[in-house]
Write a new protein. Sequence first.
Length: 821
Amino acid sequence: MLSMATMARERPEVLAPAGDAAAMRAAVRAGADAVYFGLEGFNARARATNFDAASLGKTMDELHAHGVRGYVTLNTLVFDAELPAIEAAIRACAAAGVDAVIVQDLGVARLVKAIAPTLPLHASTQMTCTDAGSVELARELGAERVILARELSVADIAKIRAETDAELEVFVHGALCISYSGQCLTSEAIGGRSANRGACAQACRLPYQLVVDGVVRDLGDDAYLLSPEDLEASALIPALMAIGVSSIKIEGRLKGPEYVAATTRLYRAAIDSSIEPAVREQALQTYSRGSGPGFLAGVDHQRLVEGRACDHRGLPVGELVRLHPGRRQQLEIVLSRPLSKGDGVLVEGGREGAGEVGGRVWAIARGGLEVERGEPGERVHVWLGPDHDREAPLVGHRVWKTNDPQVERAVRDRIEQEPHRVPLDLSLTGALGEPPVLRGVSRGRTAEVTVDTALVRAENRPLDEATLRAQLGRLGDTPFVLGALTLALPEQVMLPVSALNRARRALVAALGEVAHRSHATTDVTAVSLAERALPITTPPPAGLFALCRNVAQARAALAAGADGVYLDFLELTGTGVALRALREEGARFVGVAPPRIRKPGEEKIDRYLASLEPDAVLVRGLGALRDRGGSALRIGDFSLNVTHRISAHEVLSRGLAAFTPSFDLDASQLEALLASGLGPFAELVVHHPMPLFHMEHCVIAALLSEGKDFQDCGRPCERHAVSLRDRAGMDHPVEADVGCRNTVFHAAAQSAAGLVASAVRSGARRFRIELVRETDEEVGRIVRAYRSLLEQKTSPAEVFRALRAEGGYGVVRGSLRVLSS
Ligand code: SF4
Ligand code: SF4
C-alpha cells in the first residue's frame, strides 16, 4: 500500500482589514486567511466604504472560493430603536454564511445567539477584554473567540491563555488608540459623535499643552501628547504563536489596497518564519506614524508617544544638514535609507508641525553629479518639485520618506503576478478494478469526487507519488496549491492522466460549491427579546450618591446631604482607612469603585476592596461583572456600555442591583430606556465631568519622569495636579487610578438636571454625582444643588446656573466641539 502524508502545523490565521472591494481583493491575493469588513450602518469604522447586506452572500462566496474566511463587524453599541435593524443585519449575515460576526454590545451578542445559534461570534476589542474573567464572560455570551485589548503584553496574553480555552485574537499591526477601546468618550464630548458608534473624531491626534500645578510646562516641540506610535509586532509573532494565539489581526479598514497587501504579506511571512527586511520596510512605507511593539512588549511610558507628529510619516530617510536657498527648495540631506527621484519626502517641523516642509523629489545630486538615487550614508542635494511647501525647512531635523512609488508598484505587481495560493490537501483512495475517490481539504472545507475510470493493473508504468503530485498539483488557474498528498492505493496500478485531470477539475469545482453554508435562524425577534427583558429582582434603595477621589470630598458630600459615597482613590490603603473613618463618623453607605481595567494578576485589587466589606461595589468591567458573592450591592457602571433593554437585562441578570446608563445615549434615548420599566434599576449620573480617554499610557510618568512604569517613575502623580490644555484653552484634568491608568476628564461638568424629573416619573431612584478635583466647598455646593432639585425646591435652570454646568446627558454638543472644527 502506497501512503504519504504531511502534518500541518497549527498556525494562527492572518486577519486583514477590508475597507472596500479593492482592499479585500488585495488581502486575499496577499495571503490573508481571513478578512474583516463592515456592513453599512453597524460597525466601528463608519467612514470606511463598507459592504451592503444585499450583496453579502456574493462577497462571502467569493471569499470562500479562495479559501478565505470573512468576518463581519457589527461592533457598535446600538439603541432600542435600532434593534430591528441589527436583527436584520444578523439574519443577513446568517443567510450569507459569514464565518463570524464581531460584536461589542452585550445585548447584540445575546441577540446573535438567540437568532442564529450556529453563527460564530467574536467578542470585539471594543468589549475591553483584559483578563481571563472578561474572556470567560464573553464566552458565556456565546463568543468562541475574543479579540483582546491592545494594551496587553505578550506575558499578559500568556497568562490569559493559560486560564481559558477561548480562541484569542491579537492586534499586531496598525494604528493604536490612546484610550482603551470601548472606553473612549472623547467624541461624545465633541458632540454628536461616538467612537462606540463608529464615528471617532480622533481627538487623541490633536495637540495639547501640559499644565502642571496650573503652569504650562515647556515641552519643546512635543505637542501631540496623546498620539501613540503605530503598532508593528512582526518580531513578536513567534512568541504569540508559542502561546497559541488563534488570529493575528491587522488594523486599517480606512487604508488602501497597497497597505493591506504589504502588511498582509509581512505577517504571512512572519508566520512562515521568513521575513525579509524589504517586506517589513514595504509594509511600514505604505503607512506609518512611526512604529513599535506597542503594549505587546510591556508598558513603557517613555516609548509609546513621541509627541512630534500625529499623522503618516513613512520611514526616516535621513537628516537635513543644510539648506540652499534657490529657485526650488534645495536640501542637503545625509541619508540613512535609499532615496530616489519621485519619492515623497517631509522635513519634520517644530511644535505642531510649524516649518514642516514636504514635497516630491524632483532631482538628486551627489558630488555635483545628478543621480537617480542616493544611498545610505551619502550626503546628497535634493530638489523638491514645484508643488512643495514654500516654507524654509528646519536644519538638523529628521527627513521622512512619505511615499515611494517603486514600493507601491512592487506591492501591486507582487499580488497581481504571484497571488498567494491556499494549500489544498488531497487524498486518493481506491481498490483494483474500482474507480478511486479523490478527496480535498482546504481551510476546513472538504469535497470529494469519484474518478470516472477504474484502477487497472499497470503493465509497465504504475502510478507513483511523483506522477500523482505532478498531475494533481496542476492548480495554477485556481486559488489552491497542492499541500499534503495521501495515497491509499494498491501497488502496481494505473489511471490515465486524462482521468486524473478531470477528477482534479471536478474537485476544485466541488470545493467552490461547498463554500456556501448558511446558518439556520430562529423566529426570535429583537423586539420580543427586548420586551421580555424586565428585571425580576427588587430595585435597590433610593438615594443621592457622590463618587469621590479623596476623603475630604467624601466628608463634604455627606455633610451636604449625600446619602452615600463611593470611594475611587489613587491608592488602596487610603481607601480602607477612609472607609472605616467614614463609617465611624456615621456614614450609612460607603461604596468602593475598583479600577475599570483588570489585567491578569490584578484581581487582588478587587479582592482587597471587597474585604473592606463596603456597602456597594461599582462593577466597571466584564471580568468584575462575572464575579459573584459578597453582600455588597453591585452597581454596574457606565463603562459596561448599556444602551438598550437587552443589554440592561444582560447585566442585571448577572447579579447587579442597578446599572448606569451609557453616556452614548442622548437625553431622549435615556428617557425612553428609563421609561421602559428599567427606571428603578438605573443609577443615573446626574453630574460629572465626562471621562474622555481612559488610558494604559500614563501621561504623568511620560512627561514628568524618565521612568518606564510605576517602579521607576518616582510617583509624580502623588505630588502634582496635571491637566492637558486643548487648543481652545480648556484644561482637562488627568487623574491616575490604582492600576496607574490615566483618565482625562473634561474640563467642564455636564449636568443631567433637566432629566431628573422625567427620570423620577419613570421610577428612577438612584442618582450619582461624580467628582474629580472639586474642593470641599464646591462639593458641598454641588451636592446641595442636586439634593434641592430632587426635593423639587430648585429648578434645573437654577442648578445649571449655580454650578456653571452644561445641561444634557451623554451625546450632546459639548464644549470640546471646538477641537473638531
Ligand atoms: S483614542 Fe478615542 S479619539 Fe483616539 S482614535 Fe481611539 S477612539 Fe478615537
Ligand atoms: S505611579 Fe503615578 S506617575 Fe507613576 S506610572 Fe503610576 S500613575 Fe503614573
